[in-house]
Write a protein that binds this ligand. Structure first.
Ligand SMILES: O=C(O)[C@H](CS(=O)(=O)O)OP(=O)(O)O
Length: 241
């Protein structure tokens, strides 16, 4: 029997889905999960997602580099904000990061109870995540971080991309997965153009971080998955042929 794949469009809706024994793929394209994959792909040893600023701030004393952002802006007193570009060129290789963001780290927190495993997904490691999921004997729930509880286009389109990539191996069991697969397949040749109209892209453009948006919409820059082990996200390599 084929495994199932379904989509939850917001952390506010996660209680409507059965997480038990599923692999949950949390996605926050702009920018939390794209930033996490970039950091792991550039050698950081682990990322501890933290839901609130105060807890994250206190982890500095335990030797973590702290990354904090609210509403698209770096938080006061934090070394790092939420830009993937900050981690390029192995800038923080070997370091432990504690990170809190507006939507992404909350979605990770809300995915924890009962899941078989939690992965973080991004366009920049789409193929690696798909390749890994094909080998696992579990149903999949794609959990979109959305924006402050609302649906957003970029996380939902990533869900469509992952469903489209896995369509041969999984049965598509929810209307949201069917809808997003179809939308992704009609927009994938011009993803940046289509997503330029997304509300979150406009919000980030107002903060002059267009370079982050372009970076987050590239495909397959890293052949790693990001997996939560205990409280830490770590990188696992995927063999290439
Ligand atoms: O920094 C980001 O990209 C966003 C900020 S907001 O959603 O525009 O307020 O945070 P994230 O948790 O990555 O969605």
């Amino acid at each position: 029997m084929k495994k199932n794949i379904e989509v939850c469009f917001s952390p506010e809706l996660i209680h409507l889905h059965d997480i038990n024994d599923k692999i949950v793929v949390v996605v926050d394209i702009f920018r939390a999960t794209s930033t996490m994959i970039t950091a792991l792909g550039n050698g950081v040893s682990s990322i501890t997602p933290v839901a609130d600023l105060e807890t994250c701030r206190s982890m500095k004393a335990e030797g973590y580099l702290i990354a904090g952002e609210r509403n698209g802006q770096p938080a006061d007193g934090f070394l790092l904000g939420n830009s993937p570009l900050a981690y390029l060129d192995n800038a923080f290789a070997g370091q432990k990061i504690a990170m809190t963001t507006t939507n992404g780290t909350l979605a990770i927190e809300k995915s924890k109870s009962g899941a078989k495993a939690i992965l973080i997904g991004a366009f920049i490691n789409l193929s690696a995540t798909a390749q890994y999921l094909k080998t696992q004997n579990a149903d999949i729930l794609i959990h979109c971080a959305g924006w402050k509880g609302k649906f957003n286009l970029e996380d939902s389109l990533y869900a469509g991309a992952l469903v489209s990539t896995l369509a041969q191996d999984f049965s598509i069991s929810c209307d949201g997965a069917i809808a997003m697969k179809s939308l992704y397949e009609t927009t994938k040749t011009n993803l940046p153009g289509f997503l330029a109209q997304a509300s979150h892209a406009k919000r980030l453009q107002n903060h002059n971080i267009e370079a982050d948006i372009d970076f987050c919409l590239q495909l397959d820059q890293y052949m790693i998955i990001g997996k939560l082990i205990g409280q830490e996200l770590v990188a696992q390599s995927i063999e290439t042929e």
